[in-house]
Design a protein around this ligand. Structure first.
Ligand SMILES: *Cc1c(COP(=O)(O)O)cnc(C)c1O
Length: 393
């Protein structure tokens, strides 16, 4: 397909796109082509409006009264807006802290539920913070950290394993891990599973309930578009909640925070995974951005994501010099998340040069250019413009 033909094909696909109307929720500058929603989602008009109202009315005018009028309920309310995106039942997800802290809480809770076991299994290619957190949990409990590539996780799990943790969509290659296979092997050995959904929530369907996942954590500022530093989330299976404890016991996780009791009694529900005061402004921004997902089926989001990444790969194969650019993401759509990694020796320089022209992507060492295709706002025409720029290199 010539690039001219690709532009017409893209126009057809965009005209048939059932999610095309969602683009109008995003305030992306006209001169920017944005392919980095896997690192930081763009500003929504709703977030801006809600933040403005929060500052002028809830904070300036209502002052401390806003806690009771609205803010105290936010972590639970926002958790309930994330829940359907990951197949979770109401009141099983809560928004708080960041992904690293939530992973720490989940791993500590899981290890405490499996006393006597001596190992934590991690994906050695996981995002570094996940590995650092697992290292810290292992050293606090004097456990061994077994770090292996994703395709060796199943064989690394044994009766010594307390907990297994991995990220559903690999942050570099976008490879989707074998969730059912890994979770089943974990449970067969009596261990617990913590999935990181950082590159999943809002872009790739996931079903914590059907897959019988124990714990999951994820990020609010990537495909959920909550804004820089937006709160993350944590899911705990209802069957584990009553016996789960977390290490960061604070007043927000107490059964009755405003009773100001001297001793800690964890809340009955998922709010026992809270620690302290919510970041209201960030959480407001996230809550507003989540409204864009209201009434949208994750299956439609996935179909659009596959269509965008597949078009990019087809055009990359046809138009980019394979001796310079290598596709480092799975070619099979069912094995791929919502970004595509291209290997290119001088990737950092090219990503920086493109950014000065308003084409924003990112780079991960040693040589990966990552292009995020966010189904809520990227178009097929965006994909062809990107290929056009890369092909001219
Ligand atoms: C983005 C990302 C994080 C981010 O962690 P923070 O604590 O929110 O900074 C963690 N894990 C993975 C796999 C990620 O992709």
């Amino acid at each position: 397909m010539s690039l001219d033909a690709a532009f017409s094909r893209a126009a057809e696909l965009d005209a048939q796109d059932s999610l095309a109307h969602l683009r109008q929720h995003f305030d992306i500058p006209d001169d920017v082509l944005y392919f980095d929603g896997n690192s930081l989602g763009p500003l929504t008009f709703r977030s801006r409006e809600v933040l403005h109202r929060t500052i002028e009315f809830e904070w300036r005018e209502r002052l401390i009264r806003s806690w009771n009028e609205d803010w105290l309920e936010m972590p639970a309310r926002v958790g309930n807006k994330i829940a359907p995106l990951i197949g979770a039942a109401p009141d099983t997800v809560i928004a708080c802290d960041n992904t690293s802290i939530n992973l720490h809480k989940a791993l500590m809770a899981a290890v405490a539920l499996r006393p006597g076991r001596t190992e934590i299994v991690v994906d050695i290619n996981n995002f570094p913070t996940d590995i650092y957190i697992a290292q810290s949990v292992a050293s606090q409990y004097n456990l061994q950290l077994v770090a292996v590539p994703a395709n060796e996780i199943v064989s690394a799990i044994s009766e010594r394993t307390a907990v297994v943790t991995a990220t559903h969509v690999d942050y570099r290659s976008a490879r989707i891990l074998d969730v059912a296979g890994i979770t089943t092997a974990t449970h067969r050995n009596g261990a617990l599973m913590v999935w990181d959904l950082a590159h999943t929530a809002g872009a790739v369907p996931f079903d914590v309930s059907a897959l019988d996942i124990d714990f999951a954590v994820g990020c609010g500022y990537k495909y959920l578009n909550g804004g820089p530093g937006a709160p993350a989330f944590i899911y705990v299976a209802p069957r584990l909640l009553a016996e789960s404890s977390q290490p960061l016991q604070g007043w927000w996780g107490h059964s009755e925070p405003f009773a100001f009791e001297v001793s800690y009694r964890p809340a009955e529900g998922i709010s026992r995974f809270l620690t302290g005061t919510a970041n209201v402004l960030s959480m407001k921004s996230l809550e507003a951005a989540l409204e864009v997902f209201s009434g949208i089926e994750m299956a439609a989001v996935r179909a659009k994501s596959v269509s965008l990444t597949s078009l990019f790969i087809d055009l990359a194969q046809a138009h980019l010099n394979p001796e310079m650019f290598t596709i480092q993401s799975p070619l099979a759509a069912e094995e791929r998340g919502s970004h595509v990694a291209l290997g290119f020796a001088d990737g950092r320089t090219l990503v920086d040069a493109m950014a000065t022209e308003g084409i924003v992507a990112d780079f991960r060492p040693p040589d990966l250019m990552r292009f995020g295709f966010a189904p809520l706002y990227n178009t097929h025409a965006d994909v062809v413009r990107l290929i056009n720029r890369l092909a001219s290199h």
